[in-house]
Design a protein around this ligand. Structure first.
Ligand code: GLP
Length: 262
């Protein structure tokens, strides 16, 4: 894993956006895996800026989102579909037919999940997967004890995640769906690159356990230790529990120029 510690979330988001931009310039039909939550918002803002000011072209890019709540219509204000259109897709030149999210209203959930996996394969696989991390170490909605071999499927949120996400539902936990469809950990591990973002002191414990702890189903993100190209962009606050933070800074400072946005 490569740990990139930046002074703040803006700097870390910009650094991660440079990786996305480099991929899209080199491979105009790149397949991006995207995440929701507050963490990737600055990355998406920077992608929008790169599109508007530097002509970054998303016209051939395809996207697959990690997850969606079950039971929310697409146009529900808190659906991840709405989130993605409001915060990214409506402001770049992506084609609606190239955008994919799990269908939270699917009548046949297992069939819809299998079709999602097939669509990822048909698109050529995910080149770069953006990840946030839950306070309990979840990625997508793969809660603790999720199988490392899991594929897209239905999951039940933990009570902690329901509490954490209530802030998006007027602070009312009773409004948060308890079920979701999420890409599996196996799906995420198939991406050619994983790019995790984590900001703030509330994520410091999960980040340290992910990067330096044992690989363990209780900390789903720790499986990224087994991924060949996993990059973790964090701010100073999220780095406070890392034992080897000085080493990660030393590595980054000594990177040759050609490797910086690689
Ligand atoms: C949700 C999403 C995750 C996200 C997590 C953290 O549970 N399903 O993909 O990483 O929230 O959210 P935040 O970035 O708001 O802390």
């Amino acid at each position: 894993m490569e740990i990139i510690i930046q002074s703040d979330a803006v700097a870390a988001s910009r650094a991660s956006a440079r990786l996305v931009a480099r991929l899209v310039r080199e491979k105009p039909n790149a397949v991006l895996g995207l995440a929701t939550g507050s963490t990737p918002l600055m990355l998406y803002k920077e992608m929008i800026r790169l599109h508007k000011e530097e002509g970054l072209d998303f016209s051939r890019v395809a996207t697959f989102n990690l997850d969606e709540y079950i039971g929310l219509e697409k146009d529900h204000p808190q659906s991840y579909y709405t989130f993605m259109w409001e915060n990214l897709f409506s402001q770049i030149n992506i084609k609606p037919e190239n955008v994919h999210l799990p269908d939270g209203m699917a009548k046949d959930v297992p069939a819809s999940c299998a079709a999602y996996e097939q669509a990822i394969i048909a698109a050529g696989g995910i080149d770069l997967q953006v990840l946030g991390i839950g306070s309990d170490g979840h990625i997508g909605f793969n809660e603790p004890t999720s199988s490392f071999a899991s594929r897209t499927r239905i999951k039940t949120l933990t009570q902690q995640t329901v509490q954490d996400n209530a802030r998006f539902f007027d602070g009312d936990e009773s409004k948060v769906p308890h079920h979701c469809i999420t890409m599996g950990i196996g799906t995420i591990m198939d991406a050619r690159m994983n790019l995790m973002l984590a900001f703030g002191a509330g994520k410091a414990g999960a980040v340290a356990a992910t990067v330096e702890g044992p690989v363990c189903a209780m900390m789903p993100a720790s499986i990224l230790q087994h991924h060949p190209v996993a990059k973790v962009f964090i701010d100073e606050a999220a780095a406070t529990a890392l034992q080897l933070s000085d080493y990660y800074r030393w590595i980054y400072a000594g990177k040759p120029e050609w490797q910086r946005d690689a």
